[in-house]
Design a protein around this ligand. Structure first.
Ligand code: ADP
Ligand code: MG
Length: 233
């Protein structure tokens, strides 16, 4: 479902301070995979994730998502494709502070034109699935870090995307909560069959996934199957 060939990206292309961040990336991801991209800070993980999530452009090469070539799309076309295909989970949760848990989860459906009553009912369903039914009316400030990340996972799931992209999803969580969130993501991948790509600099997070890709200075150094995924926090 993802096919990337010889993809390059440079920040400030053509300027004296140009920074070549992605240097000829080749990557194939099949539907239903649970995989991670591991690498030191500054290796280009977030840049690659943003390209895959159609949040950012690239300079050369090819990126195909579900048979669609993602290249030189207009703002509107990128947004439309992104809303339909991609769910995001961020280290900092990115919840809207003045909206309650239910409204935050329902947001992607608002962008997809679903009527309020229906989107709120669906949001409740997902919150209940993730064990947060009783927190539906709480604002983000009234939730713990783990609860906030569960709301974000529900929000990522609700539009039934082809892929969920998680950028350092446990980066702001303590060990116990990190373990819970990783278990939940694994469970969601299994039960919903949604492809899940996690970017992390933490070995323990990567070792919980079924495939590990090592990114170093914008180059894929290693790409291996993890026959024995463990959650070892
Ligand atoms: P990682 O997520 O692995 O820490 P990033 O993809 O965020 O790495 O960053 C890779 C490199 O690109 C870093 O040197 C970073 O400073 C630089 N960079 C990231 N975003 C931008 C930007 N918008 N403009 C210029 N340089 C950037
Ligand atoms: Mg990053």
């Amino acid at each position: 479902m993802i096919k990337i060939r010889n993809l390059n990206k440079t920040y400030n292309l053509g300027q004296p301070n140009a920074l070549h961040v992605l240097k000829g990336i080749d990557l194939d991801v099949k539907a239903g995979e649970f995989l991670s991209i591991m690498g030191a800070s500054g290796s280009g993980k977030s840049t690659l994730l943003n390209v895959i999530g159609i949040l950012d452009n690239y300079d050369s090469g090819k990126y195909i998502l579900d048979h669609t070539l993602v290249k030189n799309l207009s703002e509107t076309a990128s947004a439309e494709l992104r809303n339909r295909k991609v769910g995001f989970i961020f280290q900092s949760f990115n919840l809207i502070s003045y909206k309650n848990a239910m409204e935050n989860v329902a947001l992607p459906l608002y962008y997809n034109g679903v009527a309020r009553k229906k989107r709120n009912a669906m949001a409740m369903e997902y919150l209940e699935k993730l064990g947060l039914g009783e927190h539906a009316n709480h604002l983000p400030s009234e939730l713990s870090g783990g609860q906030k990340q569960r709301v974000a996972i529900a929000r990522a799931l609700i539009s039934r995307p082809s892929i969920i992209l998680a950028d350092e999803p446990t980066g702001a969580l303590d060990t116990t909560t990190s373990r819970e969130v990783m278990e939940l993501m694994r469970e969601v991948n299994k039960s919903e069959g949604i492809t899940m790509l996690i970017v992390t600099h933490e070995g323990a997070v990567a070792r919980a996934t079924n495939r590990l890709i090592y990114l170093r200075d914008g180059i894929i150094e290693k790409d291996e199957v993890n026959a024995n995924p463990v959650i070892e926090f």
